[in-house]
Write a protein that binds this ligand. Structure first.
Ligand code: NDP
Length: 698
């Protein structure tokens, strides 16, 4: 959390005094984090805040007063989060879990907040004011724990277990802080405490439907699974190194049944909250995602092979943007009023669907999970999400983020497995909708399975999109667009403009600049911030991409650059393919017709507008399309005739959350993002209200 953003958030516009107090408190937290208790003097804090020491004294009297107010603010924040989580918990066990989760939430392990807390801990015994705040904070935690535990255990046992849990929370946190967060992180600390509580209550977490799942050490999908014999599992590997990252248990019919039962109860409660309350939780989740950007981007890079410079700038943050966007919309989801004359009126209610399933592809695992979960939850649904088997890790982190933000247990669940697990979701009669991101073939299978229970579907499928560059385009921008539309994420992007139609008059110049920029791209270790091209997702996928490159050569396309696997040094252990450009391509070549989903660009020549529109549309896909031209009217004229769901003029592949995203023809059904997604996660109820007498003809 940075100072400006947090003080801005706390600013009541009509209370400048309070805003100034809050600003000074945030500056104090920064100061404690950087120079500690002793170094944080009134003068130093005033200087940091750009005000006079007299002004600080005016608000807080002295250093102790300022520090007490700061401590009180931190304690109050945690208290408010705890109250909200406890309020949402449905069982005593859930309330105990709320205390654990909130006190050991990732924010409390964040360097800045954590170090400030540590400074207070060091001073509590010496400063009366701090001791008072500490006593209140401890009393509240203990009484919350005792109150919940008394429903589960006899009085004495409840009291002693409450004291143990409180001591463990403080102890685990303190050890982590003193080891500078090396010894434990939020996730493992919560897993430890959850396992301890479960063992003391002698009931596994799975039988307590309100208890958020304990995260089994680092890997598992749910605590429920950690305690039951695993039917089967799969390994996920780092495609840049071949290193195994985790072994994941596969969810079968019993687990899917349990997830649906849990979601069913949770969804009713979730849907009954006002939209604004749902929005608050989503917004908090967005904040937590942003705060954890570095860590999550790293995990995403290791699981997908994508460069850290991409995952840290896009994957996590765009997920957070999505959560924030739907957080804002949650309170405004509404039906309409219809005037039916003096004797009646009608209205519509926009209601959630119930339990919905999300099934994700492997190219943007966390972002896809957010794109599906955010609108679904904003509308009051519960979501069961299955990530792709190749990238199972960050969806589990998202579940953890939601829990820390206060989302009631069961509203967002993650199940793991392959197509069979996906099928269990599409076939389940209580699941009312499936939103899939995947291949066209998978989309057809999902739609066919969903038909048995008449589920709604949103299908975000593959593409082979055209990017048209006219001779009046700004050349450097057009080259930039083609690079973004072909080589970002090593070309593993559904909307890529892989058929690059370039006007004959500028093709030679375009290819020259393109080759120069492609040859300067840095292929390497995805965790190196300088790397621009990482690994492909798997060995099989690399073989598929190399197969297409071989077909391109065999069919007579001219290789401009790339066209091979990269095995320099350590890259030999991973699945790296050089960005590849083919020229002299024809519309009937396999590399031009079929989706490759790798770093392979086909350049095609054209001469006139009519011709290029016809060729651009001559595909069964219709996901995206782009035009580069300086002619304003031509830009809109051409875009209007492209058979594609998502288009760009003078740019490519930017996907702001406000704009609906999706395909036509075989590229999909329905839309994600924007207000449009609200319609796909709600159903309308029409209500007729009579104002007069009922006239029956009998
Ligand atoms: P797949 O279609 O192979 O898989 C997508 C998901 O569906 C995976 O979680 C998969 O599980 C699951 N699945 C597979 N078969 C079934 C089934 N019969 N019933 C239910 N679930 C099933 O796609 P990829 O993961 O290979 O992703 C690449 C594809 O996704 C490309 O075609 C790409 O264009 C498309 N895509 C589309 C986007 C869009 O927004 N339009 C965005 C990103 C990608 P498992 O992985 O375990 O097999």
């Amino acid at each position: 959390m940075n100072r400006q953003s947090s003080s801005r958030r706390n600013d009541p516009p009509d209370e400048p005094e309070e805003a100034r107090r809050q600003q000074l408190i945030e500056v104090t937290i920064d100061s404690l984090a950087e120079v500690g208790y002793v170094g944080s003097t009134l003068a130093q804090i005033a200087q940091r805040a750009g005000v006079s020491p007299g002004l600080v004294a005016h608000y807080f009297d002295d250093k102790d007063g300022l520090l007490e107010a700061t401590f009180r603010t931190l304690a109050r924040r945690i208290g408010a989060r705890m109250r909200e989580r406890i309020r949402l918990a449905r069982t005593p066990r859930g309330r105990v879990q709320a205390v654990i989760d909130i006190n050991l939430a990732p924010e409390e392990f964040d360097q800045r907040t954590g170090t400030a807390w540590l400074a207070f801990w060091g001073q509590v015994l010496h400063v009366k004011g701090l001791m008072r705040v500490q006593a209140v904070y401890q009393r509240r935690m203990l009484s919350n724990l005792r109150h919940a535990l008394r429903r589960l255990l006899p009085g004495d046992e409840a009291r002693s277990l409450a004291a143990m849990i409180a001591a463990m929370i403080d102890g685990v946190w303190l050890r982590a802080a003193l080891s500078r967060w090396q010894e434990a992180d939020s996730e493992s600390a919560r897993a430890l405490l959850t396992a301890f509580v479960d063992s003391r209550l002698k009931k596994p977490t799975e039988s307590q439907d309100d208890a958020p799942p304990a995260t089994p050490p680092r890997l598992g999908a749910s605590s429920a699974r950690a305690t039951r014999p695993r039917p089967a599992s799969f390994k996920t590997i780092n495609p840049a190194t071949g290193e195994a990252l985790a072994e994941i248990a596969i969810d079968g019919p019993a687990e899917i049944g349990a997830a649906v039962a849990k979601a069913s109860a949770a969804q009713r409660e979730w849907a009954s909250l006002p939209g604004a309350a749902r929005g608050r939780i989503l917004r908090r989740a967005a904040d937590i995602l942003r705060a954890r950007n570095a860590e999550l981007a790293q995990l995403e890079t290791r699981d997908t092979g994508k460069p850290i410079q991409e995952t840290s700038a896009v994957d996590v943050l765009s997920g957070a943007d999505c959560l924030e966007y739907y957080a804002g919309l949650a309170a405004s989801i509404a039906g309409e009023h219809l005037d039916l004359g003096p004797q009646a009126f009608g209205y519509t209610r926009r209601e959630p669907l119930g339990i919905v399933a999300g099934i994700g592809a492997w190219n943007y695992p966390l972002q896809i999970a957010c794109w599906k979960a955010a609108p679904a939850l904003a509308c009051g649904n519960a979501m069961i999400f299955k990530p792709a088997e190749l990238t199972p890790l960050t969806a589990m982190k998202l579940r953890e983020v939601f829990a820390a933000a206060g989302l009631p247990e069961g509203v967002f669940q993650v199940v793991q497995g392959m197509a069979d697990t996906g099928r269990l979701l599409t076939a389940h009669p209580q699941i009312r909708k499936v939103s899939l991101t995947g291949e066209v073939g998978t989309g057809k299978a999902v739609m066919a399975d969903a038909a048995a229970s008449l589920k709604q579907v949103t299908l975000e499928l593959g593409g082979k999109s055209p990017l048209i560059i006219f001779d009046d385009a700004v050349l450097e921008n057009a080259v930039g667009g083609a690079l973004l539309g072909n080589f970002y994420s090593a070309g593993e992007v559904c909307s890529n403009g892989t058929r690059v139609f370039v006007h004959r008059a500028i093709k030679a110049a375009f290819l020259e600049r393109l080759a120069a920029r492609v040859n300067a791209m840095r292929i390497g270790d995805p965790l190196d911030p300088a790397t621009q091209v990482g690994a492909l997702i798997s060995e099989d996928h690399m073989a598929k991409v190399l197969g297409y490159i071989a077909r391109g050569k065999a069919e007579g396309a001219r290789l401009v650059t790339g066209g091979h696997r990269v095995t320099i040094g350590d890259l030999a252990n991973g699945f790296f393919v050089a960005p590849t450009v083919f020229d002299e391509c024809h519309d009937d070549m396999a590399i031009v017709r079929e989706e490759i989903f790798g770093p392979v660009m086909s350049v095609l020549e054209f001469e006139d507008e009519e011709e290029v529109i016809a060729r651009a549309n001559a595909t069964e896909f219709g996901l995206a399309g782009g035009v580069f031209t300086n002619d304003l009217t031509r830009a809109h004229r051409v875009i209007a005739r492209l058979q594609a769901g998502t288009c760009w003029i003078n740019h490519y592949n930017v996907t702001p959350i406000e704009l609906p995203f999706g395909g036509v023809k075989l590229s999909g059904l329905g839309r994600e993002n924007g207000r449009a997604a609200i319609e796909h996660y709600t159903q309308l109820k029409s209500v007729y209200v009579a104002m007069g007498a009922v006239e029956a003809p009998y």
